[in-house]
Write a protein that binds this ligand. Structure first.
Ligand SMILES: Nc1ncnc2c1ncn2[C@@H]1O[C@H](COP(=O)(O)OP(=O)(O)OP(=O)(O)O)[C@@H](O)[C@H]1O
Ligand SMILES: [Mg+2]
Length: 391
């Protein structure tokens, strides 16, 4: 009784040891793996230890009767099929058993070929429903991914337009604030108290413009990820550059940032500017998460096929309930005004466009590890530039 790679596992439950033994021997000869139990409780204990595909269950047993055992098995092991074995005088029990979820019933004396046929049917049903469950899980996962991809695509289109539109008035606000500032500095008629208020208001305008710029910058980098610019670069050198670029932020956070390149020459055909943006986002997150004295490290490794940049920190870690949400656009736990919540969603968008993957692993109280892998060779694309290079 083989199906694919696997032998059918059967538990025979019957209080008549002679019947049990002889059935076990005959089924074993046909290639099945057999366990035995002499009563209901032993059967449940055996299943808890070692699940099987099919249970052959005697209905009439001392102690817990077969139908009660059936119910308990259905509850605890819904993936197991049960064939009842009844005395020939009482088919009512068999019918009641089917109502309670048994696959089928057979009456004693058992005709072995008939029994084997039933076991095969039960096993096929089991495999089919396992396949269906697997397909269902796959479908649900694909649907969730498609919804996420749709949302990101829509966000990309929207963000390009919005960011451009907002950048222009921002520039005007910034210039005007600058003009007001220099104008006020020259105006001696302004009373000291008034000057203080004026400076404060202008400062608020400046910091708000900076914040709005950060948002448009992230949105534009996301929108730009639609047209990638492929060239050859050394990811290890890029990591060192990112350390230099984030040193100031690190100092502000009183934290250390460093790069450890296991492979000094990790050549990649990809978009260096976008990869740099992703690493900066990840390092900034790490620096913002760690306590003073904390560290953020970029580690570059990889193999023939993929280059891998790991960004790890010894910050507080990400609570499990947030872990599933951190890549959502606008998800942030930072105080209002401090985080846009776009860093990670933009980073993921970029890396997926480049044909790579971004993964996270975090332990509360220990820290967080982001791992970015990108293919070292350009992905197949209709993008002209990529085609030229791969020729
Ligand atoms: N290294 C990290 N350690 C702990 N939490 C993190 C880490 N990286 C990300 N997070 C969590 O994920 C959230 C989303 O990160 P994301 O970069 O998308 O936005 P943000 O950092 O909040 O905003 P912005 O990137 O604009 O500064 C953060 O608010 C934080 O809660
Ligand atoms: Mg961030």
């Amino acid at each position: 009784m083989w199906r694919g790679e696997r032998r059918t596992r059967i538990l025979i439950v019957d209080d008549e040891s002679g019947f049990r033994e002889s059935l076990a021997r005959r089924l074993e000869k046909r290639g099945a793996v057999i366990n035995q139990a002499g009563n209901g409780l032993d059967a449940l204990a055996s299943l808890a230890q070692e699940p099987v595909d099919v249970v052959l269950l005697d209905v009439r047993m001392p102690g817990m009767d077969g139908l009660a055992v059936l119910e308990r098995i259905r509850q605890a092991h819904p993936d197991t099929e049960i064939i009842l074995i009844t005395g020939n005088v009482n088919t009512n029990e068999g019918v009641a058993g089917i109502k309670a979820g048994a696959f089928d019933y057979l009456t004693k004396p058992i005709e072995i070929e008939h029994l084997i046929g039933k076991i095969r049917q039960a096993f096929d049903k089991l495999v089919r429903s396992q396949e269906q469950a697997r397909e269902e899980r796959f479908r649900v996962r694909m649907e969730a991914q498609l919804i996420a991809a749709d949302r990101l695509a829509a966000l990309g289109t929207l963000s390009a337009g919005t960011a451009h539109e907002i950048n222009n008035p921002l520039a005007i606000i910034n210039d005007s604030a600058g003009w007001l500032k220099s104008r006020a500095a020259k105006d001696e008629s302004i009373a000291p108290a008034m000057r203080k208020d004026l400076d404060l208001a202008l400062e608020k305008i400046e910091t708000s413009v900076k914040r709005a710029r950060r948002i448009t910058h992230q949105l534009l980098s996301f929108a730009r990820s639609a047209d990638t610019m492929t060239k050859e670069f050394n990811l290890s050198e890029l990591a060192v550059e990112v350390v230099e670029l984030t040193r100031k932020t690190a100092a502000e956070c009183q934290a250390e940032v460093s790069a450890a390149c296991e492979v000094k020459d990790m050549r990649v055909w990809s978009d260096p500017y976008q990869v740099r943006q992703v690493l900066i986002n990840l390092v900034s997150n790490g620096l913002q998460a760690v306590a003073p004295g904390g560290m953020v490290e970029i580690i570059i490794t990889g193999n023939e096929k993929d280059a891998i940049a790991v960004v790890r920190d010894n910050g507080p870690g990400i609570p499990p309930e947030n872990l599933a949400r951190i890549f959502e656009p606008f998800f942030t736990t930072k105080p209002p005004g401090e985080g846009t919540g776009l860093g990670l969603s933009v980073s993921r968008g970029i890396i997926e466009k480049l044909g790579g993957q971004i993964k996270v692993d975090s332990k509360l109280g220990k820290g967080t590890i982001f791992s970015v892998s990108i293919p070292r060779k350009p992905i197949q694309s209709t993008d002209k530039q990529t085609e030229d290079i791969s020729r």
